[in-house]
Design a protein around this ligand. Structure first.
Ligand code: ZN
Length: 158
């Protein structure tokens, strides 16, 4: 078994779609980034790459690369899963937390889990997504950005 950890932050700005866990959430602001800025999927990819000791998404998908402009992060995740399988591993389980003061994420959690499980080629029972606030403290509390943490276990592919 291999364990990995990932962390990501994106700034909240006007004029961008808010996409978290592959779900487009209606809100007055969205996350700024080179790709679709899906902070949760980015943290998950970094946890998987960490478990494989293969660096991070910045190394795999450089933001200087035109190909990744506004890229759907779920497609990037499927490439990380390809890499995982090529290295002889599969997802054991993933646990993650999105930290956002607003909007309310609980109505979208199930769909996020479904999206991530499908792309990770695993059962939804292996994918945990939680949401919390930081009680109006810090950059997430002041609505300046959204962050996400993820940990994963990879197991040998049978
Ligand atoms: Zn990111």
């Amino acid at each position: 078994m291999r364990i990995g950890h990932g962390y990501d932050v994106h700034r909240l700005v006007s004029g961008r779609k808010l996409i978290i866990g592959g779900v487009e959430i209606s809100y007055e602001k969205g996350l700024l980034g080179h790709s679709d800025a899906d902070v949760l999927v980015h943290a998950i990819m970094d946890s998987i790459l960490g478990a494989l000791a293969l660096g991070d998404i910045g190394k795999l998908f450089p933001d200087t690369c035109k190909e990744y402009e506004n890229a759907n992060s779920l497609i990037l995740l499927s490439q990380v899963i390809d890499l995982t399988e090529k290295n002889g591993f599969e997802i054991g389980n993933i646990d993650s937390t999105v930290i956002a003061q607003a909007p309310k994420l609980s109505p979208h959690i199930q769909k996020m889990r479904e999206n991530i499980a499908r792309v990770c080629r695993t059962d939804i029972s292996n994918i945990s997504v939680k949401a919390t606030t930081e009680e109006k403290l810090g950059f997430t509390g002041e609505l300046l950005g959204i962050s996400a943490h993820a940990v994963c276990i990879l197991k040998n592919k049978i």
